[in-house]
Design a protein around this ligand. Structure first.
Ligand code: AHR
Length: 320
């Protein structure tokens, strides 16, 4: 309950002015939401979904953009605690380092919901529930697509380079793990380089330029942990005089419109979907949590795989 709600209720009770009609006109639920940043097309769609859903649902949203810095998120969470919001939701930049601030939220009796990215904490009861994608499975889907592709030339060795997401973030850790788990079954698939491009186009381009300049081994495949880094890398590949999607096979994750456009243009080979439209489910979850209803510990979103062959047909249906 917010300070306002408590204050209004106490004042009316003390003054003996309580009107039962007011009981139905409760104050709106207040959610403090700490967002990772605005690093990608995916993130922009995720922010819009959360803001729209809060508005439609009549939830007062206190929104803070952490600009990809954990220290900003910790500050935002402390500020939400000080403001006595009804519920805190956040998408953690990185997995570790949350125990202290989550204990502070618990001491203030404010429930916490994780969205999109998971945390690694000593006491998992420090958050109520987690809604988001299965990032390990996304990595596996990317790996399986490559296994199938490699069947076309079973004797050829494929040299793979990887653009990882933000160091220490759940999607970077899990997408690497899932992909490596699958490609391990084919010894012809060799991962030679792996570096973080921080989930941004600019960094994806910069790191891909460095990979290409190394010139020690021909690059056959690029695995990018998100579409934005793949799109940045496509620019680097073109500037190096090569054909993305042909000279270098490109696999990425998210399924944003930019990726579908790149596939239609023949520059990207496949994208694994990661759904950012979490807003409506998050608002319902927040209402249930605040009302003390039982909720699932883990809510996983359903997602597909989109190879270039289906891109033109799918592009008009994409919502982000
Ligand atoms: O946590 C989800 C990831 O974060 C998305 O794949 C990426 O685009 C974003 O920056």
């Amino acid at each position: 309950m917010t300070l306002n709600r408590r204050a209004v209720l106490t004042a009316t009770l003390v003054a003996g002015l309580f009107n039962p009609m007011w009981a139905g006109a409760a104050q709106p639920l207040v959610m403090g939401f700490s967002q990772v940043g605005a690093e990608s097309e995916w993130r922009t769609a995720n922010t819009a979904s959360i803001k729209d859903a809060a508005k439609k649902d009549g939830i007062t949203l206190k929104f803070a953009d952490a600009q990809q810095k954990q220290e900003n998120q910790v500050k935002a969470l402390r500020s939400f605690i000080a403001q006595k919001v009804d519920v805190i939701a956040f998408s953690p930049v990185v997995e570790s380092g949350w125990d202290t601030v989550l204990r502070e939220a618990r001491a203030a009796k404010i429930p916490v919901i994780l969205t999109d990215r998971a945390v690694s904490v000593s006491d998992p009861s420090l958050y109520v529930t987690f809604i988001g994608s299965d990032f390990v499975e996304e990595g596996r889907k990317a790996g399986r697509w490559l296994l199938d592709f490699a069947k076309k030339a079973p004797n050829a060795e494929l040299n793979i380079v990887e653009l990882q997401g933000t160091v220490g973030s759940a999607p970077a850790i899990d997408r690497k793990k899932g992909f490596e788990e699958i490609i391990a079954s084919n010894p012809k698939l060799k991962l030679s380089r792996s570096q973080s491009g921080d989930f941004t186009r600019a960094k994806g381009k910069e790191v891909m330029e460095a990979f290409l300049k190394a010139k020690d081994k021909k690059i056959d495949v690029l695995y990018a942990h998100n579409d934005d880094m793949a799109i940045g890398a496509i620019q680097a590949i073109e500037e190096a005089g090569l054909k993305p999607g042909k000279d270098i096979i490109i696999i990425s994750i998210d399924g944003v419109k930019g990726a579908f456009e790149a596939m239609v243009a023949g520059k990207l080979n496949v994208t694994v979907e990661c759904n950012p439209l979490l807003g409506p489910q998050l608002m319902q979850l927040a209402r249930d949590v605040v009302a003390g209803k039982p909720v699932a510990r883990r809510i996983t979103t359903t997602e597909g795989v989109f190879p270039a062959e289906v891109a033109a047909k799918e592009l008009p249906n994409r919502r982000y």
